[in-house]
Ligand binder design. Structure first.
Ligand SMILES: Nc1ncnc2c1ncn2[C@@H]1O[C@H](COP(=O)(O)OP(=O)(O)OP(=O)(O)O)[C@@H](O)[C@H]1O
Length: 127
């Protein structure tokens, strides 16, 4: 509510709800587990290959964007299933567009990871 006074307790609760959303995402969404595995591999490679602070920022942004879009996609899927459990062409369009959003960010992130890591891996194994 716009006119409600600021409450630190409520802000802390809203943070808890968001953390609970992330837990639900990891537990219930299979794609999120794939994203989590990819994030762990990227962080491991970053430590192993000693990437620069700017490269860390790019990797962290990619990880955040992938999880963020997956959260929105899952929310859209949940709303869609709630309002229309039966097959509907509009629901198909909505779900396909939401999934396409995740795919775009995931492909861009995977490409970014390849650009950062592949040259370093080649140098590591050839020097
Ligand atoms: N109620 C529906 N009406 C029309 N099409 C649907 C409906 N439910 C699912 N679909 C179609 O099936 C696809 C997969 O939907 P579903 O809800 O199973 O997502 P999912 O497989 O869990 O997606 P994700 O890959 O994000 O986990 C949708 O992209 C859509 O094309």
């Amino acid at each position: 509510m716009e006119n409600a006074p600021f409450s630190l307790k409520k802000r802390i609760y809203s943070f808890r709800y968001a953390i609970s959303g992330i837990k639900q995402l990891i537990i219930t969404e299979h794609n999120a587990r794939i994203h989590l595995s990819a994030a762990i591999i990227a962080i491991g490679c970053g430590i192993w290959l000693g990437i620069s602070p700017v490269e860390w920022m790019i990797i962290i942004m990619c990880i955040g964007l992938v999880f963020g879009t997956e959260c929105f996609n899952s929310a859209i899927e949940a709303i869609s299933d709630f309002v229309s459990p039966e097959y509907h062409n509009t629901i198909k369009r909505i779900k396909d567009l939401a999934a396409a959003g995740v795919l775009c960010v995931a492909l861009a992130s995977a490409t970014t990871g390849c650009i950062i890591f592949i040259p370093k891996i080649i140098v590591y194994f050839t020097s």
